[in-house]
Design a protein around this ligand. Structure first.
Ligand code: PEP
Length: 249
């Protein structure tokens, strides 16, 4: 089933001060020399979005945020709206990352509301789903991911640019990864559900894999059927590693 160009997105999480922008500079310089087949994005902490967008404007690296609220404005101290994310210069946003779900109690319904807000503002959402180790051990990984997906995707996504990131929680930041067969099983299940929900439009969104992707394992993961890119945490902080992952796609 044809889907769009792969997407390699870095997630800096709560990392990055002004000096870290040097890594973004180095990334752009290396990718300009050897342009990858994939689209590339860096999802920056909110404090760096504007400066990163200024730095990366006109390059092949897009800037993303790591979260936003559904509302456009209002009494939500400490939060940022989709419109603010756009105003700062980002074009993508991660939504429903497992750290947001676990640490901030985000439910599928909340994630779906954020997706609606992101689309209203013109952002490209990357909707994250993934099972825990207990769910994997109980044989419930596929069912869990499908349920999360069903609850997190509003109908308005059809025809818009967006993607899913499958990130098993137990693989994030641990150095552990599922087997290639386990990744393929989940990605095929996700694609089946996207097509069932959105018809032909469900074939388009890339389905990223995330969880301990590094320069050593990126190529074999990115070759798996229905893997349309990667969401990369730790390895996106060092330009040399992230470049290698981008080049592997
Ligand atoms: C992530 O934060 O989304 C992630 C996949 O992290 P890591 O690559 O460090 O496992």
């Amino acid at each position: 089933m044809a889907s769009s160009r792969p997407l390699i997105a870095g997630n800096w999480k709560m990392n990055g001060l002004t000096a870290s922008l040097d890594q973004a500079r180095a990334l752009v310089a290396a990718l300009a020399e050897h342009p990858p087949a994939a689209r590339v994005a860096l999802c920056a902490p909110a404090t760096l979005i504007e400066r990163m967008a200024a730095l990366l404007g006109g390059t092949m690296v897009a800037v993303g945020a790591q979260d936003c609220r559904p509302e456009s404005h209002g009494a939500f101290t400490g939060d940022i709206s989709p419109e603010m994310v756009v105003d700062a210069g980002a074009t993508l946003v991660l939504l429903g990352h497992s750290e947001r779900r676990a640490l901030h109690g985000e439910t599928d319904a909340m994630v779906a509301a954020k997706v609606i807000g992101a689309l209203r503002a013109g952002l490209e959402p990357i909707v994250c789903v993934g099972e825990s180790l207990d769910q994997r051990r109980a044989g419930a990984a596929v069912a869990m991911v499908r349920a999360q997906l069903a609850g997190s995707l509003p109908p308005g996504l059809a025809g818009r640019p967006w993607s899913v990131a499958y990130e098993p929680i137990w693989a994030i930041g641990t150095g552990e990864t599922p087997t290639l067969a386990q990744i393929e099983e989940i990605h095929r299940a996700i694609r089946g559900d996207l097509v069932a929900q959105f018809g032909e439009a469900g074939a388009a969104p890339p389905i990223l894999y995330g969880g301990s992707v590094n320069p050593g394992n990126a190529a074999e993961i990115l070759r798996i059927a229905e893997v349309g890119g990667a969401l990369v945490g730790g390895a996106s902080l060092k330009a040399v590693d992230f470049v290698a992952i981008c080049q592997a796609a």
